[in-house]
Design a protein around this ligand. Sequence first.
Ligand SMILES: Nc1ncnc2c1ncn2[C@@H]1O[C@H](COP(=O)(O)OP(=O)(O)OP(=O)(O)O)[C@@H](O)[C@H]1O
Ligand SMILES: [Mg+2]
Length: 369
Amino acid sequence: MRIDHKEPRLLGESAHIRAVRHEIETAARSDAKVLITGETGVGKDVVARLIHQASARSAAPLAAVNCAGVPDSLMESELFGHVRGSFTGAYRDKPGILEAAAHGTVFLDEVGEMSLRMQAALLRFLETGEIQRVGADRVRATADVRVIAATNRELDPEIAGGAFRLDLYYRLNVLRIAVPPLRERKEDIPLLLDHFMGCCSRQPGAPDRRLSAKALALLVAYRWPGNVRQLKNVVERLTFSRCGEIIEPHDLPPELQATPCAHASGSDDSPSAPQPVEAELLSRMLQGGESFWSVVHSPFMNHDLSRAHLKNIVAHGLQRTGGNYRMVVELFNMPAGHYKRFLGFLQKHQCQVPYRSFRAASPPAARAA
Ligand SMILES: Nc1ncnc2c1ncn2[C@@H]1O[C@H](COP(=O)(O)OP(=O)(O)OP(=O)(O)O)[C@@H](O)[C@H]1O
Ligand SMILES: [Mg+2]
């Protein structure tokens, strides 16, 4: 068990993170159980702590227990406590976290890992609120705690396979907050990098380092299977690695150098990291669903957007679609029938970007053909 007092922060300005923040506010106003889902490292812990902190229970403790890999006997004693002599080593009576967190919040992390026996015990508690310490012959008390659970496992297949109880799922899943993976909110990556690099540079003896545009582009393009935790670790490693003041692609860990845009990095056509204006327009099309014609074409025709910006935006579209102009039309929210109009427009203003270099996956023979 750990009782947390750390200051949690959920950084990010993507629509996804703003929606999660809104859901946290809603959850904090009620006392309902919450199930937080999302891949490892996305920030489920942070979300749980923010809910507790903003709730009416914030003056009482938040007690967290990780349900993964804990033997049933230990888990039972962790949750419900035990009485002296109930097992070897139980020298005195000890309250469990459901009692220790009275009037506060209990955070059950990785709840999908709980055994069926412990699921039954938890369900009983959720239904009655009664606590019976291990080894005790009667119910000791009823607990006033709010329960928040988290899982990085999909629970549907677990339920279908009989490994997770449906009735417990219904009990826990009153409010649901799904934290999206970092690759689905790429616009948050520069902000998170900036934040963690700032934190690292304030450590004693840490050098002040910056990312080159190419290194930043690789970090944004990467899939981040370990999400924010992985990003934080990468920044920590870079802070104390032996690279120069500017972090270049070759300074990054190998798995990051292998992201798609690294393949094209030797080519003249590879897009440079989007400048703020390009990033904004790309985000309006890719996340906001606005059309190329209104977002890019109009300012270009009004001389508010340069040819270089337009070409780099198109290059980013080609990079995401593996060099497929038809898919770029779709990606930039134009009707499929606008394919010729789109190409005609680019041609007329000498903004066509060669697509071949983006087809990095095709073997040389196929490319020659
Ligand atoms: N949006 C964010 N802003 C700032 N820091 C974040 C954000 N999301 C996550 N972090 C940090 O990333 C790390 C991992 O987050 P957290 O522990 O909440 O992930 P998790 O989803 O609970 O992972 P797991 O499933 O492995 O338990 C923590 O150090 C956390 O502070
Ligand atoms: Mg966690």
